[in-house]
Write a protein that binds this ligand. Structure first.
Ligand SMILES: Cc1cc2nc3c(=O)[nH]c(=O)nc-3n(C[C@H](O)[C@H](O)[C@H](O)COP(=O)(O)OP(=O)(O)OC[C@H]3O[C@@H](n4cnc5c(N)ncnc54)[C@H](O)[C@@H]3O)c2cc1C
Length: 468
């Protein structure tokens, strides 16, 4: 019945059906004292849709209720109530956490998708967005003003959730990571107070995100860019090693413009191994951009050239139908030092093993330029040349999850064996990955000290960053 409802927008609420006649006893006081809260329990016709997240593995989890907060004061009320009554809670935004942190059995889900307002500063250099705003809405809003901000091509993620633990996308070298764009943030902490995050707290949020509270509002840097040169180049797969190594050498040369970002996607489509090179030129100087495009095209035999003068909005919109739908998955994402011969051999071997009909793939970005500029205001781990690697093995049938896990684990283990893994990406880390491996020892210890101070009871424990 909810097929036509866009849950990113304001959702009508009817207490008689959404709370129902027999609410969970743990919530009776909250309901009595705060009739304004939109509380959806098991009996609500929207409950199943509201709790659903991208990762199907966790969709059988049954929360106590989903509370759709509409402002920071409601966030504060819910946090205080949960803490006072020892109720577990978690925060749900875009629902793309792969390890199910936003859907926990028995917890109150603080659904922040209605915190979705966007405002542009007078000088057009920043936007302030609600903590639950989706990337697609940010991209659309900025496009109407001839502006951009770093974003993933998978624009279905919550923008704050995408940005705060790193945030990789096609502007990585031109403007930096998502986390580098965060100027300031408002956060409701475990004591229920709404604070302007400053100093150490802002440093911690810019890397470990939701471990310190609910970010209700975040200010991001934006950039003037009415058009760009962007798209995919499909290369002859057999030339993959040569093309990728060549692109890496190209980006490591002298006087490389930071407007240039290059990524790769290794996959198998219709039984055929495929290598796509992602080309992103973040400037309207198309003459110069085409010179760099020609250099990349010259690295091998181009089977299909899909690069065009475009906008990031058009690119995201074009990608949307191709994104993997909600799946069981076994994602692994980590950072490697370089695309060495052995790294490339591991990738090529992995693609060969993708079973027929499976949309599994490995995405990579060569992180350079603004992406590796020192950022003392952020707890994100790496600020030296590296390669972002993301192996995604989505499956529709639970029975095939083990097979998919074996595939992604093998990629990670082989890379580790070769000594190539520098760190893990927090956004994709699970119980078998220590948060220390996502931050490095020094930052991890500093984050733990901050956590002890800001959230001593570990109220915000259902997040990727495990700091308690
Ligand atoms: C299909 C797919 C494609 C992806 N593509 C990319 C990519 O290209 N680049 C990249 O870097 N990452 C990518 N990711 C990773 C994704 O950005 C992260 O998983 C991100 O955390 C998702 O945020 P969300 O709000 O959608 O998810 P949610 O599950 O709603 O939230 C993720 C975590 O952050 C917390 N959280 C979210 N918002 C807030 C807030 N405002 N305050 C406090 N806590 C909050 C939640 O509690 C949860 O622990 C992708 C993931 C998927 C599934």
């Amino acid at each position: 019945m909810s097929a036509d409802i866009d849950f990113r927008r304001t959702l009508a609420f009817d207490a008689s059906t959404d709370i129902g006649p027999q609410p969970p006893p743990q919530l009776v006081d909250l309901i009595a004292k705060h009739p304004e809260l939109k509380i959806f329990t098991l009996t609500s016709p929207y409950y199943q849709d509201l709790k659903a997240i991208w990762s199907l593995e966790f969709n059988t989890n049954e929360p106590l209720a989903v509370i759709r907060v509409t402002n920071a004061s409601e966030v504060s009320t819910v946090i205080k109530f949960c803490v006072d009554n020892s109720l577990p809670l978690t925060v749900r935004s875009g629902g793309h956490d792969l390890l199910g942190h936003s859907l926990i059995t028995g917890a109150v889900i603080v659904d922040i998708r209605e915190l979705n307002q966007i405002t542009l500063s007078d000088d057009k250099k920043s936007i302030t967005i609600g903590g639950g705003t989706q990337t697609g809405d940010v991209v659309d809003f900025l496009d109407a003003h001839g502006l951009v901000t770093p974003c993933p091509l998978a624009s279905v993620t919550g923008h704050v959730g995408w940005a705060f633990s790193g945030g990789f996308g096609p502007f990585v070298n031109a403007f930096g990571l998502g986390v580098d764009q965060i100027i300031s943030a408002k956060v409701v902490t475990a004591d229920g107070e709404l604070r302007e995050a400053e100093g150490e707290l802002l440093w911690g949020i810019k890397g470990a995100g939701g471990a310190f509270g609910v970010l209700t509002e975040v200010k991001f840097k934006v950039y003037s860019l009415s058009k760009m040169l962007g798209g995919m180049l499909m290369f002859e797969f057999d030339e993959g090693e040569k093309v990728v190594a060549g692109a890496q050498t190209l980006l490591d040369g002298d006087n490389i413009p930071s407007q240039l970002s290059i990524g790769f996607h290794f996959t198998k489509r219709g039984g055929v191994q495929t290598l796509m090179v992602l080309f992103s030129w973040a400037s309207t100087d198309f003459e110069e951009g085409r010179k760099w495009l020609d250099k990349v095209k010259g690295l091998g035999t181009v089977m299909k050239d899909m690069v065009s003068e475009t906008t990031i909005k058009k690119w995201c919109d074009m990608m949307r139908p191709m994104l993997p739908l909600a799946s069981y998955n076994s994602s692994r994402s980590f950072f490697i030092s370089e695309l060495s011969t052995s790294a490339l051999q591991i990738l090529v071997a992995a693609v060969t093993k993708v079973p027929q009909g499976m949309d599994w793939g490995i995405g990579l970005f060569l992180v350079r330029g603004e992406g590796i500029k020192p950022q003392p205001s952020s707890s994100f781990i790496l600020r030296e040349k590296y390669v972002f690697l993301h192996a995604l093995g989505p499956v529709k049938e639970k029975e095939r999850l083990a097979e998919s896990k074996e595939w992604t684990n093998e990629i990670m283990n082989e890379m580790k064996k070769e000594g190539l893994v520098k760190a893990n990406y927090l956004a994709f880390s699970g119980p078998d990955i220590s948060s220390k491996d996502c931050f490095g020892e020094e930052k991890f210890e500093r984050l733990k000290a901050l956590k002890k101070k800001v959230d001593p009871g570990n109220v915000f424990k259902n997040v990727p960053a495990q700091l308690a």
